[in-house]
Design a protein around this ligand. Structure first.
Ligand code: ADP
Length: 248
């Protein structure tokens, strides 16, 4: 992207050049179980610009987590279309969606989802190994160092505080240098001070590496630190506003 922007910049086109990394068009989701069907998302539309930071907010049950999962390719939309980094996810099977996730996507969960029987280092190393990365140990150590946890690499999740566990999960989410990071309530289980550390880390990665951030959050302080807030209610988008991001 930087090269493309540089190229167009040289042509004097940089102001008109906007790259869309995520495009959500008329997306709906209906869960079917035991003969019942429940539609939880209705005709959702938005685009996300590459390297931006966007928050999705709304009451519990409004469909935020479901929407995030569809955008990240964890599940498939029932109707409409999602294009992620130029790849249309609509007809891809689970294996192909996993391939897209491995290549372009990072995901952070509220409850960290680290494997309890593996050390911090191993938790970060597993996805690197799965991708066939040769120097996975050193790369995992580098990533842990980036989140300030080099000295905790041999600790197991239960030996780490909530904030430290979330930092390990951020290191893991960054193991594939994702173009886009989805975070579902990344600070939901953390105290205020620890939340600040995690927010800084996410926004630093957004600024330094140009990683697009799409956050689901209840925390309006966090939401106002992004450039845009999408509000949901009852499975629909009720507002979509560009904000003046607050200083961290
Ligand atoms: P939010 O993240 O805004 O709290 P969710 O996306 O978790 O909302 O949930 C939206 C609605 O979808 C809720 O009514 C929830 O019960 C329902 N839901 C979520 N996942 C499933 C599922 N796998 N099967 C059936 N219903 C689900």
């Amino acid at each position: 992207i930087r090269q493309i922007v540089y190229f167009y910049g040289n042509l004097g086109l940089n102001e008109s050049y906007v790259s869309t990394i995520l495009s959500v068009k008329d997306v709906g989701k209906t869960y079917e179980s035991a003969g019942n069907s429940l539609t939880v998302l209705h005709r959702i539309n938005f685009d996300v610009e590459a390297a931006s930071a966007v928050s999705i907010v709304g009451p519990s049950g409004s469909g935020k987590t479901t929407l995030l999962g569809l955008c990240a390719g964890l599940d498939r939309a029932s109707t409409g279309s999602i294009v992620l980094n130029g790849i249309c996810l609509d007809t891809l099977g689970e294996d192909d969606r996993a391939g897209v996730r491995n290549q372009y996507v990072g995901f952070i969960f509220q409850n960290f989802q680290l494997l309890p029987t593996l050390t911090a280092l191993e938790n970060v190393r597993v996805p690197l190994e799965l991708r066939g990365e040769r120097n996975s140990r050193n790369r995992a150590l580098e990533l842990l160092d980036k989140v300030g946890l080099a000295d905790r690499s041999h600790h197991y999740p239960l030996q780490l505080s909530g904030g430290e566990q979330q930092r390990v999960s951020i290191a893991r989410a960054f193991s594939n240098s994702p173009r886009i990071l989805f975070a579902d309530e990344p600070t939901g289980n953390l105290d205020a001070e620890t939340s600040d550390t995690i927010e800084r880390l996410l926004f630093d990665l957004n600024k330094d590496m140009g990683t697009t951030l799409v956050l689901v959050t209840h925390d309006m302080d966090l939401a106002f630190k992004t450039q845009r807030i999408i509000r949901m209610k009852g499975g629909a988008v009720v507002s979509d506003e560009v904000t003046q991001p607050k200083e961290l």
